[in-house]
Design a protein around this ligand. Structure first.
Ligand code: KG4
Ligand code: ZN
Length: 338
């Protein structure tokens, strides 16, 4: 069974082919550089760029796999949530192929793509505890099965990725913010600044990052002219606070998870921010201390890509799911409504 997956919900135009032996057969990805000058994604620019490149990206993925359209069994597209102009481009491309080739169309929830990708690379069993942390989202979920999600908590304001990006912008360390900030943090001293750890000790699994972001802004203003080392120290202190908050919130989530599912074994982090090594290490340690097995997608599959959509499409397809052409692309599509 071979599934083609198409991703176009933010600023990556991507396509990939996977099979039911958990092999990535081919992939292609174009990270739109049009947004760099703005320090953030401009939806209209993104939609046009997806439209311009989607055909060649699908062709490149097929070429990479050494396969033709006839070899595909189903076509999946990220159909929400996301920037709707881009999502529509991917969905229309998938529906057109589906109609022309007479092969099923599968509408994949982008967040489900992040949530399930780990099952392509590791032997993770349902139910598992998941921290899904990306540019658009930050939530803790129990993944009970394909299409079965129980949300334990989420951010009450910004996502973690958004905080990384905004702080990087304030420090003028370049776009994309997350990876640049991580590199700077490795050169800094986290103890030089005492940023808050929002939500610490609260008896729920919710997150907040907006106060932390403001604390960095205030520190920048107070310091005046920042040296490169000041910037590195602020990055280190900011990242330390993010990781500390995640740790605190996850400790609580683990106890809820264990109470509900005493026999479950797996704990997973996914989404763009899961590419951060300090985040991964903290969750790995936390899992170990609590008798859980830590897994995460390989770093290259944490940020948006076509493989995650192809894989989630395949997981759905082999359970008999497929979608009609009247399926509408959705700007909002919470996982617990699947
Ligand atoms: O999953 P993703 O590619 O897109 C969304 O679905 O939102 O996540 C992108 C987010 C961005 O905010 C980016 O700055 C962040 O993930 N990110 C990172 C790292 N790599 C990407 N944040 C922290 N450290 C990283 N290494
Ligand atoms: Zn994403």
């Amino acid at each position: 069974m071979i599934v083609l997956g198409i991703e176009s919900s933010c600023d990556e135009t991507a396509a990939a082919l996977v099979n039911d032996k958990r092999e990535i057969l081919g992939q292609a990805l174009l990270s739109q550089e049009e947004h760099h000058a703005f320090g953030g994604v401009i939806p209209e620019v993104a939609a046009r760029a997806h439209l311009e490149h989607i055909d060649e990206i699908i062709q490149s993925a097929l070429q990479d796999a050494g396969l033709g359209f006839d070899d595909i069994d189903a076509i999946a597209a990220a159909s929400g949530p996301g920037l709707i102009g881009g999502v529509v481009v991917g969905v229309m491309a998938a529906k057109a192929l589906s109609l022309a080739l007479n092969k099923p169309f599968i509408a994949v929830n982008h967040l489900e793509g992040h949530a399930l990708t780990v099952r392509l690379s590791s032997d993770v069993q349902f139910p598992y505890l998941l921290l899904l942390t990306s540019g658009g989202h930050c939530q803790v979920l129990i993944v009970k099965g394909v299409g079965q999600y129980e949300r334990l908590g989420g951010t009450i304001d910004d996502s973690a990725g958004e905080a990384f990006d905004k702080v990087a912008k304030m420090l003028d360390i370049g776009y994309p913010g997350g990876p640049n900030l991580e590199k700077r943090a490795a050169l800094g001293d986290p103890k030089k600044y005492d940023f808050p750890v929002p939500m610490k000790g609260r008896k729920d699994c919710d997150f907040s990052f907006s106060g932390l972001k403001t604390a960095v802004r205030v520190a920048i203003e107070k310091k005046g002219n920042l040296s490169e080392q000041d910037k590195n120290d602020m990055c280190a202190a900011f990242q330390y606070s993010v990781v500390s908050e995640m740790q605190d919130r996850l400790k609580h989530a683990i106890s809820v998870f264990k109470e509900k599912y005493p026999d479950a074994k797996d704990m997973v982090v996914a989404g763009g921010v899961a590419a951060n090594k300090s985040v991964r290490k903290m969750i790995e340690d936390l899992a170990q201390k609590n008798g859980l097995i830590f897994s995460a997608p390989p770093i290259g599959l944490c940020t948006d890509n076509g493989v995650m959509i192809a894989w989630a499409g395949l997981e759905r397809f082999r359970l008999g799911h497929k979608d009609n052409f009247d399926f509408r692309a959705r700007p909002r599509w919470p996982l617990d409504t699947l």
